[in-house]
Design a protein around this ligand. Structure first.
Ligand SMILES: CC(C)(COP(=O)(O)OP(=O)(O)OC[C@H]1O[C@@H](n2cnc3c(N)ncnc32)[C@H](O)[C@@H]1OP(=O)(O)O)[C@@H](O)C(=O)NCCC(=O)NCCS
Length: 197
């Protein structure tokens, strides 16, 4: 098991998770300003490309500190940018960092091909099998059926509705709390291995 030093590059079957760089700014600008993404993702659109460069530099420093992991998701074969994935300790002042939050988005043309399921499966293995994270959680807007379906598919369970949990784009939003624990993940992996013989 590894301690957290800095954000690692993680490879899966078709995709690779790469720690963000300021040179990713054009890709992130297109993603973050694309139609509907700020609403379903629950954030404010960046004003211009410089704001994105600043933001990525900020995340690059956090990545180096080990206090935050933010990746771009790229195709292994062509390096094409598909989207983003991030993971961060929720109480960084208390060690060990038991509970981590999760965020992600794909550019629209990459939806419906299983890329985020693959990215989350890789993240789960990293978090629970290669590292010592005890619990991962995600807040999903109650209107975001696609994201809810994705989390259920990779093994997260619903723990309840959080009223007015998020304020973005001028309104308060209720969010569903979804979570996965290391204990359950390892049990399920063990059962799967036994089933496969
Ligand atoms: C949430 C989001 C990442 C989900 O994207 P997605 O494309 O539905 O998820 P995946 O990449 O895992 O693809 C799964 C779909 O691909 C299909 N698929 C095709 N080939 C596949 C393959 N090889 N492996 C797995 N699934 C595959 C699945 O059947 C599934 O389709 P379905 O939902 O119609 O059943 C995307 O909608 C998004 O970026 N939304 C905007 C941002 C956002 O909401 N972020 C989350 C905030 S909580």
């Amino acid at each position: 098991m590894s301690a957290f030093l800095s954000c690692p590059e993680l490879s899966a079957q078709r995709i690779v998770l790469k720690p963000v760089e300021s040179s990713d700014a054009h890709d992130f600008y297109e993603l973050w300003t694309s139609d509907g993404l700020s609403v379903s993702g629950g954030f404010e659109k960046p004003g211009d490309l410089d704001a994105v460069v600043n933001s990525l530099n900020y995340f690059k420093n956090l990545n180096a500190s080990g206090f935050y992991f933010k990746w771009s998701i790229r195709l292994c074969d062509t390096n094409e940018f598909l989207g983003e994935l991030e993971c961060y300790p929720l109480k960084p002042q208390i060690r060990p960092w038991m509970e981590w939050g999760l965020g992600y988005s794909l550019k629209k043309s990459a939806w419906g091909q299983g890329f985020m399921s693959e990215a989350l499966a890789r993240l789960l293995h990293f978090a629970f099998a290669e590292s010592v994270i005890i619990r991962l959680k995600a807040d999903v807007s109650t209107h975001n059926a696609r994201s809810y379906r994705l989390l259920k598919k990779v093994g997260f369970l619903e723990e309840g509705i959080q009223s007015a949990k998020n304020f973005s784009n001028g309104q308060f939003n209720d969010m569903t709390l979804m979570a996965f624990t290391r204990e359950r993940y390892l049990q399920e992996q063990q059962a799967l291995r036994a089933e496969l013989g």
